[in-house]
Design a protein around this ligand. Sequence first.
Ligand SMILES: Cc1ncc(COP(=O)(O)O)c(C=O)c1O
Length: 345
Amino acid sequence: MTTPWTTDELRRCVSPLPRVELSHLPTPLEAWPRFAEALGGRVRVLAKRDDLTSTGCGGNKIRKLEFSLAAARAEGCDVIVHGLAGQSNYCRQTAAAAARCGMKCVLVLALDHKTDGVPQGNLLLDHLFGAEVRMVAPAEQAAAKEAVMAELRAQGHKPYLVGHRDEVFGAVGYALCLAEILEQASAMGQRIDAVCVSGRLGTTAGLVLGKRLLGFTGTVQSFHVAPSSSDEALRGPTVKVLNDAAAMLGSGERFTIDDVRNTDAYAGPHYGEPTPQCLEAMLLLGRTEGVVVSPVYTAKGLAGMVDFVRTGRIAAGSTVVFVHTGGLTETFAYNEEVYRAAAGG
Ligand SMILES: Cc1ncc(COP(=O)(O)O)c(C=O)c1O
């Protein structure tokens, strides 16, 4: 690495990118002392509250949507098209952000066991935010998105399909998030030893990018929420986003999978299925700090962090930041699992 950038230099490199304001930044960096005490009092725990990014009930995707929607506008697009899991947080935030920018949003969502019956959780909010929602079988989703794009073009629209470049925007947003964390920690008189987060793509990539560009010497540890077939499958996609984000900022830095720390050890057998450890972490946090992490992403990440603390992989005496990336609204689609855990059964 050449000389690290200051946080202001990083912001200067980001400033040419078009951006709309969808959140009140910086999000808070707060202490979780009762949670830390419940883990044995060996580490100090701080939380970066990116669940409070405001638009659409908040979450990590708002940071990237600030760039995506500005790019869509600059390119003359008038409809945002996206599609992931039926209870996707990303799609819910996209629907809200599009509404806020006065743009139409079409979501092509995959049917699964959390989309049955009257819409709940994120799917309910997709409707509330005015998105046109089309539910399809998972195997048909990619073709259905292309069909929607063709249909919109035939109607005279210029649609914007959310994809890889938006992950790169996410990484830019999370390099900036690390800058906020370091500035806030310094104002609190804290030195950060580790930053933990759930996921694998833009968010992780951005924190790793920020670490390199800003010369942060602590670790960035990610916890993926679905099992991976190989190490390359787990960390390779992050590296692609990382290198594209570095290039987007005009940095010559290059990354390999050795730069990414991620584990799928806390994912359980399936994406979208809460594990006993994630439900335990969720209850522990709710009952010590009154904060909700959610069963698909943040509770699995927090479960990983809890285990790292208990087993000493985050060393005693450390100050660790949990980046809370949101997802509260998905919890309501998991009311049975969460209620059973909360009721002790
Ligand atoms: C609440 C939450 N946390 C973390 C992530 C992971 O983010 P990324 O895809 O940038 O790794 C997601 C992705 O949808 C999410 O919804």
